[in-house]
Design a protein around this ligand. Structure first.
Ligand SMILES: Nc1ncnc2c1ncn2[C@@H]1O[C@H](COP(=O)(O)OP(=O)(O)OP(=O)(O)O)[C@@H](O)[C@H]1O
Ligand SMILES: [Mg+2]
Length: 327
């Protein structure tokens, strides 16, 4: 097992909602090793983006965050002052946000946006930044970089915009790349290209990746380990192969069952999703948050404490009911 690069312990994020504190992330813990790709998977609203944003302490201003620890490369992120935090965001962690439009400036040429990152965050002069930006455009697989350097974001396809976002995120050769739903809006072919680009850059730069997706198929393809989130909790965490072949938490099982599969007739079909709805923000629940949708649920599940239990080597699950049950 590689050395730990990122360690998040007992992360909690809450919002003021209807005059009360609504908890969006409930004590999530996870770690990412040096050079490792860790996935975060779960339905919409499960707390994936908030968990990612906690790594750079960039939460919505109305959110309140606390944690026992957030340690990055030996540094205590929670104790960083403004200058240390600025450097951490600018150089150590590259982030691809969920909506590329919200991060690219529509009024600036994309090449200049990459060059600006290099000038501001890596201290390059104007000429060096331009030449490095052109190299980065080529590195992320954009044809005719000289011409594309001059394009505005709206002149690019979704896949190309995402490549530009990746170029900006890896410009300073960060130790960690956080890719929040980086491929969700793209067609299957472009999605595969972007995933292999992330894997190539990971090898070349030697960076770790925290990859967010609601699609287990994507996670299974590229991750070493995966944390499964549900209702603001990490409910299962472990090696991706182990989790795909012997998922322990009923929610993980249900998610895996909803992956599109190839039918014998050769037609791609989407199986029925998981019946029911996840708890909504601010809904006060006790016990396991999945209880109302769970086929294994019994009365104790309504009052149990959510504790991660060892179910295999480096593999933990929050469900005591399914331990030892391999179905
Ligand atoms: N600024 C905010 N104000 C109030 N609630 C918020 C805010 N940002 C997020 N939340 C709530 O926190 C919960 C977790 O949000 P988060 O964005 O982390 O989910 P997610 O797993 O990334 O979902 P998605 O797959 O849709 O991106 C959701 O219920 C969301 O509504
Ligand atoms: Mg999100």
């Amino acid at each position: 097992m590689s050395d730990s690069l990122l360690h998040i312990e007992n992360l909690r994020v809450a919002f003021r909602h209807g005059g009360r504190n609504a908890v969006a992330v409930h004590g999530a813990s996870l770690d990412v090793g040096a050079g490792e790709v860790v996935g975060l998977v779960g339905e919409s609203g499960s707390g994936k983006s908030l968990t990612c944003r906690s790594v750079i302490r960039m939460l919505p201003p109305e959110g309140a965050m606390s944690a026992n620890q957030i340690v990055f490369d030996g540094h205590d992120v929670l104790a960083m002052d403004r200058a240390a935090l600025r450097a951490h965001r600018a150089r150590s962690v590259g982030m691809i946000f969920q909506d590329p439009f919200s991060c690219l400036d529509p009024t600036k040429r994309v090449g200049e946006q990459i060059a600006e990152t290099l000038r501001v965050n890596a201290g390059l002069d104007r000429a060096a930044a331009k030449s490095q930006a052109l190299t980065l455009l080529e590195d992320v697989g954009i044809a005719s970089p000289d011409r594309r350097y001059l394009s505005y974001p709206h002149e690019l396809s979704g896949g190309m915009r995402q490549r530009v976002m990746i170029a900006i995120a890896v410009a300073t050769k960060p130790k960690l790349l956080i890719a929040d739903e980086a491929t969700t809006a793209l067609d299957v072919t472009t999605q595969a290209q972007i995933l292999s680009l992330i894997q190539r850059l990971r090898r070349e730069i030697g960076m770790s990746v925290l990859l967010v997706s609601h699609d287990f198929g994507v996670i299974a393809q590229v991750c070493d380990r995966v944390a499964v989130m549900y209702g603001g909790y990490v409910v299962e965490f472990g090696p991706v192969e182990d989790i795909c072949t012997r998922p322990q938490h009923p929610y993980t099982r249900a998610l895996l069952d909803s992956i599109p599969s190839l039918e014998s007739a050769g037609q791609r079909v989407r199986r029925a999703g998981i019946p029911g709805q996840p708890p909504s923000l601010g809904e006060v629940t006790t016990g396991c948050p999945f209880v109302d949708r769970c086929t294994y649920a019994s009365d104790p599940c309504r009052t149990m404490e959510m504790v991660m239990l060892e179910v295999g080597r480096g593999h933990t699950s929050a469900c005591p009911v399914t331990i030892g049950n391999r179905s």
